[in-house]
Design a protein around this ligand. Structure first.
Ligand SMILES: NC(=O)c1ccc[n+]([C@@H]2O[C@H](COP(=O)([O-])OP(=O)(O)OC[C@H]3O[C@@H](n4cnc5c(N)ncnc54)[C@H](OP(=O)(O)O)[C@@H]3O)[C@@H](O)[C@H]2O)c1
Length: 343
């Protein structure tokens, strides 16, 4: 049986003053239909503090929605169907209309969580859920890189433990912002599907991305996509994780009848309209337990990597949020909430 204190350490985002603060006396809130977890680590998403413009947050919101932790109790409502038990190490993405994970004790729905893949440490695990879901859904569900989106039409590990890959051989994919949390997942997913993958990043990230098996790194500080495609083939899919001018430049990289998927706020069509037959999608990811568990199997096989840009204590939240806000973190910035005793 666990002991949960009434008060805990947490980060509070005040939505009236638009400011973050640290407290050691936040209430512990237990939701009857959720898993109660002792948070090990949580990861920050760039731009997350602006989401209040479309989510009705209370005045004091707990930020950070990616989490790894240990299950202390399972839902107490009758009829809750899940396979988690006390002591399980889980990771997941909490929907941002509820309290986040920058607190010692957090709640997450079973439908948002999966068991941490064997071999993945808890800081790394906290970096995976939101980025992985976003990239998976962008490339396979919205972008339809493999032609259709079913559990067996996309890369997967089957019940015999075999990897089923290469459903998109011959396709060309461009990831804008390839070294960020979402981009690095997108690169690896498209590679699992057998596509040729190019990605934009600055020169300092070239070796890192080569380590993820990327085929080509385009240094966006030196070469635009418009320039790149003047002497290279265009792409079947462009996945925008960068936004702004890079997003607009990305339109010149897409083949007629290709697909352009973006997850960055401000996605717009180019002046003069889209290229012939190009389909475009902008969406907000959904947490899905089974999808995360399926992606986790590739981590267990050592076929996916994640990158922890840096790890900070909860009290160092300013530095951590500041690092994410530079827009140049390599992978994700982590707040380690517990001292790691449950690893
Ligand atoms: N819609 C959704 O559901 C959803 C979900 C998650 C995230 N997002 C959004 O997706 C975007 C990406 O998130 P993230 O967590 O991957 O990353 P991030 O922290 O914004 O990305 C950092 C990376 O972007 C690179 N970068 C910065 N400017 C670039 C440019 N002009 N061209 C190419 N690379 C550039 C940096 O590499 P260099 O240092 O080499 O420049 C760095 O590696 C954010 O805007 C986030 O809010 C949306």
């Amino acid at each position: 049986m666990f002991n949960v204190p009434e008060q805990q350490k947490a980060i509070i985002f005040n939505t009236k003053t638009n400011s973050l603060s640290y407290t050691d006396s936040a209430p512990v809130v237990i939701a009857a239909d959720e898993l109660l977890i002792k948070v090990h680590s949580t990861a920050i998403t760039n731009g997350e503090l602006t989401w209040g413009s479309f989510i009705n947050w209370p005045e004091e919101q707990i930020p950070c929605y990616d989490v790894s932790g240990t299950v202390l109790s399972t839902p107490t409502v009758s009829g809750s169907s899940h396979s988690f038990k006390e002591g399980d190490k889980i990771f997941g993405r909490i929907m941002a209309n509820r309290r986040g994970a920058a607190q010692e004790y957090a709640s997450i729905l079973p439908s948002e969580a999966a068991l941490v893949p064997k071999g993945l440490d808890m800081d790394s695990a906290a970096c995976v859920p939101m980025s992985a879901h976003t990239a998976w859904q962008a490339i396979f569900e919205k972008g339809l890189l493999t032609g259709s989106f079913t559990p067996t039409s996309v890369p997967h590990v089957n019940s015999a433990g075999e990897t089923i890959l290469n459903q998109a051989r011959g396709k060309r994919v461009l990831v804008l912002g390839a070294a960020g949390g979402v981009g690095l997942m997108g690169v690896q997913f498209a590679k699992l599907a057998g596509a040729f993958v190019a990605g934009t990043a600055s020169a300092k990230n070239e070796d890192f991305l080569k380590g993820l098996n990327i085929d080509e790194v385009i240094d966006y500080t030196k070469l635009s996509i418009a320039e790149y495609v003047s002497s290279n083939d265009k792409f079947d899919m462009v996945f925008d994780c960068a936004g702004g001018r890079s997003m607009l430049d990305g339109w010149s990289g897409i083949k007629d009848n290709g697909v352009y998927v973006s997850v960055v706020p401000g996605f717009t069509e180019p002046e003069g309209g889209k290229p012939v037959g190009v389909r475009s999608e902008w969406f907000i990811m959904e947490p899905r337990s089974e999808e995360l568990a399926g992606i986790g199997k590739f981590f267990e096989k050592g076929m996916l990597k994640v990158n922890v840009d840096s790890v900070w204590k909860l009290e160092e939240f300013r530095e951590a949020f500041g690092k994410t806000a530079t827009g140049h973190a390599r992978g994700k910035v982590v707040l380690r909430v517990s001292d790691g005793e449950e690893e």
